[in-house]
Design a protein around this ligand. Structure first.
Ligand SMILES: [Zn+2]
Length: 199
């Protein structure tokens, strides 16, 4: 089983030009930004590496996937991937990680092969891909859309790549099937531009 880790520590240059929450509820702007991202943009570098991983996984996909679930971790934005994974393994005793792909404030971490289930929503895991951004709690501990520009762009890129392979998979938020705040925004509305293309 592979668990590639691609996220790297934040550096000053990586944070330059990031306009926090500038693209919330404005997917058109995000797509435009993705299309015009230059080679020098560190976000585009992450998107390129993530795309490489996702495409190779999707080419080998041999299970039926009909849902792409969007999540947040329900933690502060500085929660570490390793702590989250330890919690699943050692506290909850989960065999599989909670998501296939997790997006910290910078970069991404692939946690599970797409051919294997992850533990995102009980009763839905066999036929789902789970994508998650770290965060969901603001500085007061209240549920909130805490995504930064990097998380928004990588999340939209990941969903677009998967959607291209699986155009009929429904894109939805965890809160649509469970009484939870996750992902702390209206994922159906935000990804309507993809859902409406195929349905
Ligand atoms: Zn969730």
């Amino acid at each position: 089983m592979i668990h590639p880790i691609y996220n790297t520590p934040v550096t000053a240059s990586m944070s330059q030009g990031i306009d926090e929450a500038h693209y919330v509820n404005d997917p058109e702007r995000i797509i435009e930004e993705l299309n015009t991202a230059s080679e020098s943009c560190p976000i585009s570098k992450y998107i390129g590496e993530m795309e490489k991983w996702l495409r190779s996984q999707l080419l080998d996909l041999n299970r039926n996937v009909d849902r792409i679930f969007i999540h947040c971790t329900g933690t502060r934005t500085d929660a570490r991937v390793s702590s989250i994974v330890n919690y699943w393994k050692n506290t909850l005793g989960w065999r599989h990680p909670g998501y296939h792909l997790i997006l910290p404030l910078e970069g991404f971490t692939a946690l599970q092969e797409l051919n294997l289930p992850s533990n995102g929503v009980r009763g839905y895991n066999a036929n789902s891909i789970h994508l998650c951004t770290i965060g969901g709690l603001d500085e007061n501990g209240d549920f909130s859309d805490t995504r930064n520009n990097s998380q928004q762009q990588l999340l939209h890129a990941a969903v677009q790549i998967i959607h291209n392979h699986l155009p009929h998979a429904d894109i939805l938020g965890h809160n649509e099937v469970s009484n939870k705040a996750c992902p702390c925004y209206d994922a159906r509305k935000e990804f309507a531009y993809l859902n409406n293309r195929s349905n």
